[in-house]
Structures are given as structure tokens and as C-alpha cells.
Design a protein around this ligand. Structure first.
Ligand code: KIV
Ligand code: NA
Length: 274
């Protein structure tokens, strides 16, 4: 059992801000855990940032499970959360349960689904069988086609009501937290005040219980980062510089140099042997 549990996350509301970051492989997860991040999240955003997709619609449960396995091997302290990809839980409750089990058996401590009110039965069922669930409302990227692209939501009364309804349904069904994505800060504040479970924002302003960012956005290794993501370092530039350096040194013969290879000290002796 890892140190950060869904119960601990719940208890952090109003006391300590929750930190969450995505990670999709072993070395990244190792660093996220070492940095003391509370939740290491195998997000379906991997469909875009790892696999180069235009959206998150083309990702299977088995692919998420493979990445979850790698992340789970690395993390000791943080909560390992895995994302249920598009169409892995919407078809039926039975299907959703079967797919959530795959992620738990891959090493996740909890699963995340998009939506709330539409999935109350599924969340209840998962929680009853012992699988902790995080919800996700506001901008729900798996509705990309219907939304007509990614945009701020919660500007109309209808949308605000839907967000509130989702958050309350998740709370009622026993979810331990909810992600609020790309909603007006005032709407996120309202939801945070209205529900007893923690809200974790992304592009949702400061009046929430925690923040989440995508690994590649945070580190500056994705060209299409959303405007709300803060880039803490330009890793893209650093990686490019290193690769160009490597290329130049091979071309010029500067690499490998003495400390990176081994040879017989007595070259005549080597020739005799050869
Ligand atoms: O998949 C993902 O990275 C997410 C976060 C943006 C919350 O769902
Ligand atoms: Na996601």
C-alpha cells in the first residue's frame, strides 16, 4: 500500500493543496514520486502527447494498462491514478467494471472517468467493490467531436448547472475527488464550496483544492500545449541542443573520446594477436 491513499486525498480538502501530474513511463514516474507529488496520473492525454494523436479518442484500455504497469513499478509514495479511456466505460456498467479492474490489476490505486451524473451507477458499483474513483467535469476532452474542439466551458447557466450536477453526483456516488478542467475560476470556486470532496483544477484558477498538469506541458516538450498550462522548463530546447551536439560530435569525430572507449595499451601486441 502506498503512502498517499484516496482517503488521505479526501482529508486534504481545506487543509493542504493537492498536487497531481501525469506520467506515462517508469523514469518519469520515478521523478514525480521523488519530487513529492501527491498523485501520479496515467492520463489518457498520452493519446496526444505520447502517441501523437489529434485528440484522446483513439486509445485502448490495454495501452493504458501497459503504461500503468510501468508507472506503478516506479511509485512508492504517491497515489497512482489511471485514466479510463474513451468508450471503455460508457457502453455498460459491466464493461466499465471489467475495464477498471484491468487498470487496478496493472497496479493503479484508483481510476478516473470523465463525466459524473451519467456514470453514477458505475461509480457506485466500483466504490462498493473497492475501486476508488476520481471524476472529471468541465471540459471533458473525450467529448471532443461534440464540443467541436477544446474550449472553456461554464459560461452559460446550462453548462454551470451540468458541472455542478456532475460534481454532486460524483460526491453522492462515493468518488474521492473530481477534476475541473478549463472552467471559469468562479465556477470552480462555486463547485469547490458546494461539494465535500476535493476539486483538482486544470485551467480552472486558484479557488480549488489542488492542481494537475500534463507532464509534457509542464516540462515544455509538447508543441500544442493549452494556454492554461504553465511551462516550468524548456526541455524541448535542452533536448534538441543535446541531440544536435551529439550529431556534431559524431560528425567531427569528437565523440567518442578517450574516456568513452577502451583499447589495448600496447598496440603492437594487439596487431600480433589479430
Ligand atoms: O488525461 C489527462 O491528462 C487528464 C488531465 C488533463 C486531468 O485528464
Ligand atoms: Na484524461
Amino acid at each position: 500500500m502506498r503512502e498517499v491513499t484516496p482517503r488521505k486525498i479526501r482529508e486534504m480538502k481545506g487543509k493542504e493543496r493537492i498536487t497531481m501530474v501525469t506520467a506515462y513511463d517508469y523514469p518519469s514516474a520515478l521523478l514525480a514520486d521523488k519530487a513529492g507529488i501527491d498523485i501520479v496520473f496515467v492520463g489518457d492525454s498520452m493519446a496526444m502527447v505520447v502517441y501523437g494523436g489529434e485528440n484522446t479518442l483513439n486509445l485502448s484500455i490495454d495501452t493504458v494498462a501497459i503504461h500503468t504497469k510501468a508507472v506503478a513499478r516506479a511509485v512508492r509514495r504517491a497515489l497512482v491514478l489511471a485514466d479510463m479511456p474513451f468508450a471503455s466505460y460508457e457502453i455498460s456498467v459491466e464493461d466499465g467494471v471489467r475495464n477498471a479492474v484491468k487498470l487496478i490489476q496493472a497496479g493503479a490505486d484508483a481510476v478516473k472517468i470523465e463525466g459524473g451524473a451519467d456514470h453514477e451507477r458505475l461509480v457506485k458499483k466500483l466504490v462498493r467493490m473497492g475501486i476508488p474513483v476520481m471524476g472529471h467535469t468541465g471540459l471533458t476532452p473525450q467529448r471532443y467531436l461534440r464540443l467541436g474542439g477544446y474550449r472553456l466551458v461554464g459560461e452559460t447557466e446550462e453548462e454551470i448547472e451540468e458541472i455542478l450536477r456532475d460534481a454532486k453526483a460524483l460526491e453522492r456516488a462515493g468518488a474521492f475527488a473530481v477534476v475541473l478542467e478549463f472552467v471559469l475560476a468562479d465556477v470552480a470556486k462555486l463547485v469547490t464550496e458546494e461539494v465535500s470532496i476535493p476539486t483538482i483544477g486544470i485551467g480552472a484558477g486558484p479557488y480549488v483544492d489542488g492542481q494537475v498538469l500534463v507532464w509534457h506541458d509542464l516540462l515544455g516538450i509538447y508543441e500544442r500545449s493549452p494556454p492554461f498550462a504553465k511551462r516550468y522548463v524548456d526541455l524541448r530546447g535542452m533536448i534538441l541542443l543535446a541531440l544536435e551536439n551529439y550529431r556534431d560530435e559524431v560528425k567531427s569525430g569528437a565523440f567518442p573520446s578517450g574516456e568513452h572507449y577502451w583499447e589495448f595499451l600496447d598496440k603492437d601486441d594487439f596487431r600480433k594477436k589479430a
